[in-house]
Design a protein around this ligand. Structure first.
Ligand SMILES: *[C@@H]1O[C@H](CO)[C@@H](O)[C@H](O)[C@H]1NC(C)=O
Ligand SMILES: *[C@@H]1O[C@H](CO)[C@@H](O)[C@H](O)[C@H]1NC(C)=O
Ligand SMILES: *[C@@H]1O[C@H](CO)[C@@H](O)[C@H](O)[C@H]1NC(C)=O
Length: 372
């Protein structure tokens, strides 16, 4: 489908009620997994945590201290928000003492490491917040907003906010891990992709029912190329990615694009679902890494090439328990699963400003300026 992009208009809402909120701002509600978790898992009992150095070493708002972000610096969601004038990063939903007004000013981050579209995903890590529960948590935030400013104003604010979902990688990782008997051989790759799509569709419709109108759905990246998959499929040497894993991801992404296209057609101008093609962008970086200034495209900067890939420092700051590369800006991967901030900066720039091969039917900057 083709959607005309209207010229940039900025909506100004000024509320003097309780002085709650008075700004022209970028508001984002962030859902997803560890690629965008801004610290929610710090509040859970879980094996999936990024709460020790050197995670966050390049994150200046925390002075280089870990925040729960699973990378050395900013996530893609952070960088996109900053570029669109976000006042500060949407805080984790679980952070204590967040003023309810924060939801108006910046939005909230509900993302959780190890989580997936399917409720069962990530069981091995114990604590994590599956997508369905992330959306239940948003419903709580929405109730606060309605209590403060009423139903109509809440809807006006939500209608202009960006709802991003970066999820699905862990579902696929679990599918390929033989130690997790949830799906095993019983479900074919095709059936598995269809479960993911239909469950995701239910959640997107639920968000729409709660007032979300501007959606960014980030597809799954080239998981077959992450150091973890290369290692377990014995592709450490030779720079090969797992063709099997990437094939399943590509087929899922194709179905996702079709589903979002369908939803755009069905909802007309009542909502926009942007398909963000991180797969092709990230694949291009891995293939042509020198062009982007990288010297390493297949190994983690932190934690080593072999299981268990631990990336953390011991209590004595001088005894590093894990290898840390010399120049973090020269590595595509931060740890065995996640990109560095350097890679995130390139991906975020393409998602913000790219053409229709990257974001369809419009890029994130155009979506932000779009009037529903
Ligand atoms: C909320 O919007 C509805 C529909 O536009 C309108 O009928 C109603 O009067 C509004 N309520 C308030 C409190 O403004
Ligand atoms: C969601 O996925 C599960 C498998 O985890 C499947 O049994 C169920 O039918 C799916 N639900 C929908 C609505 O597609
Ligand atoms: C740690 O390293 C710094 C500089 O490399 C040094 O000055 C300091 O004495 C070391 N501390 C310990 C406990 O070894």
């Amino acid at each position: 489908m083709e959607i005309p992009v209207v010229p940039a208009l900025v909506l100004i809402i000024t509320l003097s009620v309780n002085n709650v909120w008075r700004c022209v701002c970028y508001t984002a509600f962030v859902f997803g997994d560890s690629l965008v978790d801004a610290g929610n898992n710090n509040y859970l009992i879980t094996l999936s945590k990024a709460d020790s150095p050197p995670y966050g070493i390049d994150f200046s708002p925390s002075g280089g201290q870990p925040t729960g972000r699973f990378t050395n610096g900013r996530t893609i969601a952070d960088i996109v928000g900053e570029a669109l004038g976000g006042k500060s990063f949407p805080p984790p939903y679980f952070a204590p003492n967040i003023a309810a007004a924060t939801a108006f000013r910046t939005g909230i981050n509900y993302a959780s490491g190890a989580s997936g579209i399917l409720d069962q995903t990530g069981t091995l890590f114990i604590g994590r917040v599956p997508l369905r529960q992330q959306i239940n948590n948003f419903e709580q935030t929405r109730s606060y907003m309605v209590n403060m400013v009423g139903e109509n104003t809440t809807n006006t604010i939500l209608k202009n906010a960006i709802f991003s979902l970066t999820i699905g990688s862990n579902d696929v990782l679990n599918y390929f891990q033989p130690s997790i008997p949830l799906f095993g051989d019983k479900v074919s790759p095709t059936e598995f992709q269809d479960f993911m799509i239909s469950n995701l569709t239910v959640q997107l419709k639920e968000l729409h029912r709660l007032g979300a109108r501007k959606f960014v759905v980030v597809n799954i990246g080239p998981l077959g190329c992450i150091p973890f998959i290369r290692a377990i499929s014995l592709n450490i040497l030779g720079g090969k990615c797992s063709a099997k894993v990437n094939a399943l991801v590509r087929e899922y992404n194709k179905k996702l694009k079709e589903e979002l296209d369908q939803m755009n057609n069905n909802m007309g101008r009542n909502a926009i679902f942007v398909y963000a093609n991180s797969y092709d962008v990230f694949r291009e970086i891995i293939l042509n890494f020198p062009k982007y200034g990288f010297v390493n495209n297949d190994g983690p900067c932190c934690g080593g090439y072999f299981p268990p890939f631990l990336c953390f420092k011991g209590k004595n700051a001088n005894t590093s328990s894990s290898a840390l590369c010399d120049d973090r800006s020269k590595y595509v991967f931060w740890d065995a699963y996640h990109p560095t901030e350097a890679a995130n900066l390139i991906i975020a720039d393409k998602l913000l400003n790219g053409d229709k091969s990257v974001c369809y039917p419009m890029n994130i900057r155009q979506l932000y300026n779009y009037m529903i």
